[in-house]
Design a protein around this ligand. Structure first.
Ligand code: GAL
Ligand code: ZN
Length: 695
């Protein structure tokens, strides 16, 4: 709508628009909360009622369309968006924003029938058929063509529509564990990718170490995607690493392709994202940081398996969840949860009820992590289909709020109140800022270690989370960053098991420490080059000058054995990986082995380097308690004061608000200064409790 000239002038005079106002996620909105709705699956005479009820639950946006291709294009080239238009309008009438999706995870049956080449091929060589979702192969030109058409049609219809806030591309891009696809198109694309990377077959033979077992190739056409189902003995891990790189690049390319089609119609008036699966690593959201306005992800914290601790199965894992926020946010500064569990789910091993209040806890944890939106799958509990038993915000009758529904509603009301209390210019508290830490996450190292773990007792993400948990216990704000970010803005930098390095990266770590940074490296770091080859020289050669020690050897222990490491008088157990170090002069030992044939030898060391410090923790402890102790030790040596929170009690600051979230089974005390104003909760935070205050 165009303002009359004098009004426009008046508004310009009273308010100079800042970049933050113009961006799609202004600070003043804090964190809108929304929900998924599937009009295509409910009777049309219930749409108005459902959407009005979503509004009554205080929610602010509705997400639609990601699985509706058969309804958007019922037969080839005949597009029908009228049903969607009616729902968009119903939302607009309620003052609800709309997030629309491209329906590419669910190709309609007529498309697979006419073009079976769009169907992905699994490792055994079987074509996956119509009947569930994510069976389309996004590397086939035909599939891209059809996806391009439906995306363009959506863009034409809604790309300039003020009722539509933003777009989600696809849905949890993946083949739900069956990736990569082994179809001919994928084989061809992989070869082209290799050719572009290596130029000559000789170079590829060298980098893949093909002299081993006569694996030598004569030309690129002889290469296939490495596939355990068609190989007799151990896979070539350099080939495997490249196939993982290719798959992630190809997935990013596909999302970029959809983005390009949509942008022609929506420009930057509407934001674009995709909903990445929580820490699923075959697809790499970090590759899309420049393409998307916001990076969003999906998270189901409580589904009976995975979580530890007596109540973990109902509360979810604090560190896992918080790490994922810190990772997705660090990509381009904007992150959100596109799917956060609404209640009991149906696809875990057991699917227990979440703890009372846990859903509210998760929403407010997203707020504490600076999420720009939270959305939940789904509004109504489905009465049919593969996700029967999965809760929604309302139950099977379609109207009665579930406990989760009530918690989303409560959180949305709280956010509305916090908007009124917001002090836009609030400065980050100095003591908190002083603890700011970057944790370097390199997905390629994660792949490479997992491709060849050396001991089944090793868990790469579990290891990374041990350092992360240590940092959150200190009350440190953490950014989980990728390599191209500037390390120097962080007083502390943790590098957990970053196995693949080159001289340049190690030089950047050296410079960082010399200029005053406090660097912490953990075991397995620097053991290989980018190709995944070991160094011709001492073990982990490039980092030895940095850590001021040699790595004599490493050890692993079979079940039921565990080893012991000592810090002062305290003993810590390890089971998966331990390195035996040999410090140079000037390097101090901060932990030593307390048993095995190397008892008394160093397990962790620290040294000064230029204006900073370097600490190397050579052992992956069983519980993470060793890492907690040694990471903690770095801060006082740097004269930075820290907190002493329980593992699972997370406290962070955002936009002037302090938020404490309790994922532990005990009551915890929030560090509230005298004179602070408490808005929600209390100083003593119960299990699943949240306290929000301003100082
Ligand atoms: C997500 C998925 C949704 C729905 C949900 C069920 O991973 O994106 O479409 O299947 O799980 O919990
Ligand atoms: Zn394919």
């Amino acid at each position: 709508m165009k303002l009359p000239a004098f009004l426009a002038l008046l508004s310009m005079a009273t308010h100079v628009a800042t970049a933050a106002d113009l961006a799609p996620f202004p600070q003043a909105d804090l964190m809108p909360i929304g929900v998924y709705y599937y009009p295509e699956a409910w009777p049309s005479n219930q749409w108005a009622r459902d959407i009005a009820n979503i509004k009554k639950m205080n929610l602010e946006f509705v997400h639609m369309g990601e699985f509706a291709w058969a309804f958007m294009e019922p037969t080839e080239g005949k597009f029908d968006f009228d049903w969607l238009e009616r729902n968009v309008q119903l939302c607009a009438e309620q003052g609800l924003k709309v997030v629309l999706c491209t329906p590419s995870p669910t190709p309609p049956v007529w498309l697979s029938e006419k073009h079976p080449e769009i169907l992905m091929v699994d490792a055994t060589g079987r074509k996956m058929l119509h009947g569930t979702r994510q069976q389309g192969c996004w590397s086939t030109p035909t599939y891209r063509e059809y996806v391009g058409k439906i995306t363009a049609e959506l863009g034409k219809r809604f790309g300039n529509d003020p009722r539509v806030w933003g777009w989600q591309l696809d849905n949890e891009l993946s083949h739900y564990g069956k990736e990569p696809c082994f179809c001919d198109a994928c084989q061809t694309k992989f070869r082209a990718w290799l050719k572009a990377k290596y130029g000559t077959i000789e170079k590829l033979n060298e980098d893949w170490g093909n002299a081993f077992w006569s694996q030598m190739y004569q030309n690129f056409d002889q290469i296939r995607l490495p596939n355990t189902k068609e190989l007799v003995a151990q896979i070539n891990e350099h080939a495997l690493l490249d196939s993982q790189r290719w798959f992630a690049d190809e997935a990013a390319d596909y999302l970029r392709f959809q983005t390009g089609v949509l942008r022609k119609h929506c420009g930057n008036r509407q934001w674009i994202t995709s909903n990445f699966m929580h820490m699923f690593n075959a697809v790499n959201p970090a590759l899309l940081g420049k393409d998307f306005e916001i990076i969003t992800w999906t998270h189901y914290p409580a589904h009976g398996n995975l979580n530890t601790g007596p109540l973990g199965f109902r509360l979810g894992g604090a560190a896992e969840m918080s790490f994922s926020h810190d990772f997705h946010r660090s990509i381009n500064g904007f992150e959100g949860l596109m799917e956060l569990q609404p209640g009991q789910v149906n696809w875990g091993d057991v699917n227990p009820q979440p703890y009372p209040g846990a859903i509210h806890l998760w929403i407010m944890r997203a707020f504490a992590a600076n999420a720009k939106l939270v959305c939940t799958y789904r509004y109504r509990e489905p009465l049919f289909g593969a996700e029967q038993y999965h809760y929604g915000l309302v139950g099977t009758d379609g109207v009665t709020p579930t406990p989760g529904g009530e918690q989303y509603s409560q959180a949305a009301q709280e956010i509305a109140l916090l908007r009124k209390l917001l002090k836009p210019d609030a400065k980050e508290p100095a003591a908190y800022a002083a603890r700011r830490t970057a944790l370097l996450y390199n997905v390629e190292s994660r792949w490479d270690i997992d491709d060849h773990k050396q001991t089944i007792r090793w868990d790469t993400m579990g290891h990374i989370l041990k350092s992360y948990r240590a940092l959150k216990r200190l009350g440190a704000p953490v950014d989980v960053i990728t390599e191209e970010k500037d390390f120097n803005q962080y007083p502390f930098l943790v590098v957990p098991a970053v196995q693949l390095v080159d001289e340049k990266l190690v030089q950047r770590w050296k410079d960082y420490a010399e200029q005053g940074g406090h660097l912490i490296l953990t075991c397995r770091t620097g053991q290989k080059d980018r190709r995944g080859h070991l160094w011709e020289g001492p073990w982990a050669m490039p980092i030895l000058g940095l850590i001021g020690a040699k790595i004599e050897f490493y050890d692993t222990l079979p079940v039921p054995n565990s080893g012991k490491v000592k810090v002062g008088k305290k003993i810590y157990a390890w089971t998966s990986w331990a390195e035996i170090l040999e410090p140079n002069s000037g390097t101090s030992v901060i932990a030593e082995h307390a048993d095995q044939f190397y008892a008394g030898k160093p397990a962790a060391v620290t040294r000064k380097l230029g204006k900073g410090t370097v600490t190397y923790i050579g052992v992956d402890s069983e519980q993470g308690d060793l890492e907690a102790q040694l990471v903690r030790g770095v801060f006082p040596r740097a004269s930075v004061a820290v907190e002493n929170f329980a593992d699972g009690f997370l406290v962070d600051w955002r936009d002037g608000f302090w938020i404490a979230t309790n994922f532990t089974e005990k009551q915890q005390r929030a560090p509230i200064a005298k004179g602070a104003k408490i808005f929600f909760g209390a100083t003593e935070v119960p299990t699943a409790g949240v306290t929000v205050w301003q100082e």
